[in-house]
Structures are given as C-alpha cells and as structure tokens.
Design a protein around this ligand. Structure first.
Ligand SMILES: [Ca+2]
Ligand SMILES: [Ca+2]
Ligand SMILES: [Ca+2]
Length: 370
C-alpha cells in the first residue's frame, strides 16, 4: 500500500483559527488536531457521521472547511479560553514559549529562534531568581516583570473567584530545582506548558485540571518534577493577548504589535475614523498571526473597512455574534477593502489576516464612515 499523507484544514471558532492536520490513507492522524474537534477522516467509505475532504499536501489552495457556530460568544477581553493550537505548532510559538511565557502571554522578541523558549521570572525587570527558590521570591520577580510592562499582580487563593479584569495563575515550586506556572481559563479548567513541550490542560496522568484538583496536581505533577514545596495563587490584570516584548533594551517594553488579539474576545477596540498601525506579528511557515478589531457603530450608515500598505491582507466583517457579513481579499491592490452600506448601529468585528502564510508584515487598518 502506498502511504500517502493528505492535509486537512478546519477552521473553528472555538480557537478562532485554522487547524491543520495530516492523515494517511489508512485514516491515521499525525497530530489529532482536527479529529479532536469531532471530525473524522474517511478513506474508502462514506460515513454519515463524518465530514471530510482532503488534498495533496503543498497545493496552492487546499480545500478548507469552515465551521461557524450560531451561538454568541463572550466579548469580554479578559475571557480566557484554552487555545493550544498556536502554542503547539512546531512552526508557530511552541519553541518561543515556556511555562512562564505561556501563562503571562509574553513572547520575548529577542528569543525568536528555535529552542530559545526560556523566559524566566525576573528577566524583564533584571531581577534574576536565586536558589533555593521560594514562592515569595518568584512572586517578587513576577511582580517586577509585570510592573515593568505596566501590569499589576496580587495574591489570591485556589478557591477565590476571579474578579472582572483579572486572570488567575498558580505558581508551584520544587525549591531545589524548578518551578512551574499554571493558568486558569474562564471555564474553570487550567492549562500549562512544560518548556518546549506542547501546552496541555492535563496533568502527567492525563487528568483534566479543574479548580477542584489544581491544588493536588500542582503539588504532584509527576512527569518531570514534583512541585511539592508549595503553590501560590495570584491574579494578574494582564489579559490573554499575546504581548511581544523587546527584551534587548535595558527597559523592556511591549512592542506595537500584538495588541489586536487572535480572537473575537481579544479584539482591539478601534473607533470610526481611525487608522491603526498594525503588524502580522508572527507567521512562521504554516502558522500565522490574525488580528481582530472591534468597532462600535453608533449611527447607521455606509462604512468602509480596509487596509493600506504593501502586505497582502484579507478582511472579514462580522456581526456582534460572529456571523460573517462580508469578505474581501484584494481591492485594487493586495489590500482588502469592505464597503458596507446601511450598516445598523451596533458592535462589529473585523478580522484581518495575511493572504499567504508567508505574507506577514506591516499594514494599517482604517475604518471610515462614508
Ligand atoms: Ca498583529
Ligand atoms: Ca493578532
Ligand atoms: Ca489581499
């Protein structure tokens, strides 16, 4: 039997992105990314319970399956869903985020090469940790890092609720040798990322981490270390937007860049009449940045949403509940432009992404009332 691999793309509003997976002609999956969404790949028979299609790998325009959910979604930008796909892709952010970077949503721009994923507590504030580690020492280092970027931190408990505008993080230590970070999602599950390993919401035994077992798991994670010397719970007011931080200067700062998150709930608010300088912050081979903008329109009328610059962009306009209203790739040049007449007052979202995975670069996003 010839062993052929095909690639399947599925777009999901759960993670707001394309999932890519490879299947061979015996139905085997390479990464289980797409099948994790409930899709099955069928090889030689029609299955009524599966939707499938395939293409040869490396075709210019592989078929893509887009899934749109009719239910509304939260638009609180502190909402924090489990979104492992962009962190687990070997061509994405996997090798640029360790446990600390994953929890904080900080990508150090000077560690862009493979295997340089080791952002350490204190690195952004020049207050390196000393051993043996203590929870208070790590807390002080994280506090200093966040302060350097303009964010706050405060201690909390495992069971305390998360106030609006904050995210909860657990810091666990093995005082002799290591520490680890877990982050809580809005649905009460927790996830974490071990160094260059993939992000997961499971402990070493495959148990899903919830509020109810985080205390036990954080102290007994057994794959690499047991962080049995204590756990501290903290709240930070830094949202789940990925911030790209320049750590080469003496005073690290958030780069322009990823203030438009990759999902509806992490969209960047922009006003009518504004021009926003933006960038596709990452786009490494098969994995790309997506930028979402949120526009509140107070007066019904004719509006335009478009980009300018040299980057080949694609734009999509969505209603407040995620229904796609318009799509445009190119207008007169590679820039997208959506002219929408008789748009009712309300909240809208515009998604801008590069046409080609490799077409990342700068662009400006413009919203005008005509
Ligand atoms: Ca961006
Ligand atoms: Ca983005
Ligand atoms: Ca275009």
């Amino acid at each position: 039997m010839i062993n052929r691999w095909v690639v399947l793309y599925a777009y999901t509003y759960i993670t707001q992105g394309w999932l890519r997976d490879y299947y061979n002609n015996t139905g085997g999956s390479k990464d289980n990314k797409v099948s994790n969404l409930g899709f099955a790949f069928c090889t030689d028979e029609l299955r009524v319970d599966a939707k499938c299609f395939c293409s040869a790998e490396n075709t210019t325009h592989p078929p893509r399956l887009e899934i749109t959910y009719s239910t509304s979604f939260p638009i609180n930008n502190m909402s924090f869903t489990y979104d492992p796909s962009r962190f687990n892709d070997e061509n994405g952010l996997r090798f640029r985020t360790n446990c600390y970077a994953y929890a904080m949503r900080i990508i150090a721009e000077n560690t862009g090469s493979e295997n340089s994923y080791g952002l350490q507590p204190g690195e952004l504030s020049n207050t390196p940790l000393s051993t043996p580690y203590t929870l208070n020492g790590i807390y002080q280092a994280v506090s200093a890092d966040l302060a350097a970027l303009g964010f706050q931190i405060q201690q909390t408990t495992a069971s305390a609720s998360v106030p609006s505008g904050w995210r909860k993080i657990a810091i666990a230590i093995d005082a002799d040798s290591d520490f680890h970070f877990y982050v809580r999602h809005s649905d009460g599950t927790w996830s974490h990322k071990m160094g260059s390993d993939v992000a997961r919401n499971l402990d070493a035994n495959g148990v899903i981490i919830y509020d109810s077992n985080i205390e036990t798991i954080s102290n007994n994670y057994s794959k690499y270390e047991n962080y049995s010397d204590g756990t501290m719970y903290v709240l930070i007011n830094k949202g789940a937007i990925l911030d790209f931080v320049n750590t080469t200067s003496s005073s690290p700062s958030i780069k322009t860049s990823e203030r438009a998150g990759d999902t509806f709930i992490h969209s960047k608010p922009v006003s009518v009449g504004s021009t926003t300088s933006a960038k596709f912050d990452y786009g490494i081979e098969n994995f790309q940045d997506v930028d979402f903008y949120k526009i509140v329109i107070s007066t019904a009328g004719n509006y335009s949403f478009y980009t300018t610059g040299d980057t080949d962009t694609v734009g999509q306009l969505f209603s407040s509940t995620g229904t796609r209203l318009a799509y445009n790739d190119d207008n007169y040049d590679v820039n997208c432009r959506i002219d929408y007449n008789n748009l009712a007052a309300g909240t809208y979202f515009v998604k801008i992404h590069p046409y080609h995975l490799s077409n990342y670069g700068s662009y400006s996003f413009v919203v005008t009332k005509n």
